[in-house]
Design a binder for this molecule. Sequence first.
Ligand SMILES: [Zn+2]
Length: 434
Amino acid sequence: MYRYPEDYALRSASELDLALSAVPAYRDWRAVDPGPQAPLDERCAALPLLNKAHLRAHGLEAFLAPGHALAEGLARGAIDTVSTSGTTDEQMVLTWNQAWWNASEAASWTLNRHAAQAGLADHAEALLTSPLSTGVPSPDGKPLAMLRRRLGRFLYLNEHLDSAAWPDTHIRRMVRELDAFRPVVLEGSPTLLARFARRSVELGLRCWQPRLIVTSYEFPSRVLLRQVRRAFDAPIMSSYGCTEAGCVLTQCEAGCFHQNAAFARVEFQPLAARFGKPGVGRIALTSFGNPWRVLLRFDVGDLVRLRPPETPCACGRTDGIVADAVEGRVNDVTFDARGQLVTVDELDRRASGVNDVLEYQVTQNATDSWTACAVCGRDGAIAELAAALGDLYGGRVAVALVAAIPAEVSGKHRLARCAASFSEAMFEGPMRAP
Ligand SMILES: [Zn+2]
């Protein structure tokens, strides 16, 4: 068992009681609740998981705590609504409570020494993401003036939908704007950070050095981070969270992911034993203290690899779960020729073993068929990548050289896609606090 803060069980129970007693979206869940006299873990285990389809089907009002009304909250500016981008299945409108997000983010900074030492609070922060993730899209594809991309303490560096088509004028502009804005933190998606870093180095441009680089929005591929490090000296911290649940896991200075236990309860369900990956499983999230969206047991669709509780992280933090890695999305797992599951993290470890692979994406077409495309910085890298992937999957993997890996409809990039269907249950055992 991991150690949790003293009030963790109490906060978990009070969110549970609030949701079941007074939040409309959970009305149907009451029938399966063994009741407040039962142990907390037993109560949680009896309940279903919440997923995006449920969030969409119930609508925003159904997740409000008593005493909160959407129209009133919007009118007085306590909340906003945000649309997440993506395919029809992924798109969603959510309430956005900036004050709660800020508090969740500030708590997450205490989980990394570099973030804590940078004295983050009202610091200047530049963001380098697809405008579909956050920021201001250009309505007509033309550049937007810097002033239109400033919001509070933030500067959104990129307004263009296709980062693969950035002209050098855009790279130079971002370098100039970083120089002028002097952000303490540069946060971005790994793909866009890497593309910017790579091209600015090629152009011989020296970038403003922030105190900290934070990656979010996508899996932090080693292949991409390697390029970011060529342009930036600052420590890189991966922040794992989502619009629905806030900042949930933060990478510490020693590289492990620690739970933001003051703001989220994390439950874990292991992968089926036949995959032979003890400690790897999916997580469900319960938010603490966000009255504008009472979120219980949200299946966020990501895999983590837990660090055994008897092997504490070198950083000394002991509150909440500790993961050695966020292993990537459940939907992005692939399978080798023997039917063994390959997580995005495992794939990335193998692909990153080949120097000068700059971007890549693997697609599994059938149980015994894989293809890949890659951006390579040297002749020969593509053949080495094909060999490494062939070894990983136990079959031939044809790799095509491309100019860039295209983004998904959401504006994010994926390292793996699985078009083959595998019907067997992927997880087994209870979903519970580890
Ligand atoms: Zn640590």
